[in-house]
Ligand binder design. Structure first.
Ligand code: NAP
Length: 250
């Protein structure tokens, strides 16, 4: 969809949880949602980086955010239950959940893939999303209209040699989105996935060290799709695999 124009402050009074909110696309999404009036809950593993994003949101005069330090690599189910309990206590509900945190792992043929890295990528990119979704669903049900968004990738829609655990984890992410969209059809919760496409972040630079980052769209450039997916007035789709760069202004 091109030329999406959000109404001013369209996320006022909405409570949105963003994972991987300290860097790259997740940080930009948190800032973009806050700018539109949302109270954002920032989740990442590094408290200092969380504090910096928190301060940036406060300094801009957006609604006061909250943050939750969680390492998705080794959090146990109890921690996800506690995350949901804290949100319930502080905010009573969730209107949006953007699963954005991701672990690239490494590029290698499957035959030689380091096993520990494989398990870590699956833990961060798949199991953590399952647990966070499971415990947050009761909070999303309490919203009038909620949006659950999973972050995919081009290699989560078509497999590519050497992308190993990352590619497989993104296929699993698409599967989780489709299963949930089917289970939640005709409810207040829409469920979609977003593929950012090649974007100028640390993860992209790690995957393509020889590439000139200045040739790539920035996280800010791809925000229209991220905003649209949270827009209850303009986005009614569920079960869709969205490409963020289809929404970029020409
Ligand atoms: P990024 O700049 O590397 O940021 C990743 C974020 O996830 C950071 O905030 C990071 O926190 C957090 N994170 C990573 N591992 C974590 C863990 N174990 N526990 C908690 N938080 C963790 O990546 P990005 O490029 O913005 O990617 C965002 C999403 O888009 C990912 O799901 C990625 O797979 C997807 N994607 C990106 C591209 C692209 O070209 N950039 C293309 C397709 C898909 P720290 O700051 O603590 O590391």
């Amino acid at each position: 969809m091109q030329n999406y124009q959000p109404a001013d402050n369209f996320l006022a009074k909405q409570v949105i949880l963003v994972t991987g909110a300290t860097d790259g696309i997740g940080k930009q999404a948190a800032l973009a949602y806050a700018k539109q009036g949302a109270t954002v809950i920032l989740l990442s593993r590094d408290t200092r980086k969380l504090e910096r994003v928190y301060d940036e949101i406060e300094a801009a005069g957006y609604p006061q955010p909250a943050f939750l330090p969680v390492n998705l690599q080794n959090a146990d189910p109890n921690q996800y239950r506690q995350v949901a309990e804290v949100i319930e206590k502080e905010f009573g509900r969730l209107d949006g959940l953007l699963h954005n945190a991701g672990d690239l792992g490494l590029l290698s043929p499957i035959e030689h893939f380091d096993e520990e890295t494989w398990f870590r990528v699956m833990q961060v990119n798949v199991n953590a999303q399952f647990l966070l979704t499971k415990y947050c669903l009761p909070l999303l049900r309490k919203s009038e209209n909620a949006s659950l968004v999973f972050t995919s990738s081009g290699v989560g829609r078509k497999g590519r040699a050497y992308w190993g655990a990352y590619s497989v984890s993104k296929f699993a992410t698409e599967g989780m989105m489709q299963v949930l969209a089917d289970e939640l059809e005709n409810t207040n919760i829409r469920v979609n996935s977003i593929n950012p496409g090649a974007t100028r972040t640390k993860m992209r630079a790690n995957a393509y060290p020889g590439e000139d980052p200045n040739q790539l769209p920035t996280p800010q450039d791809i925000m229209p799709a991220y905003l649209w997916l949270m827009d209850n007035q303009q986005c009614q789709v569920t079960g869709q695999a969205i490409n963020a760069q289809d929404f970029m202004q020409a």
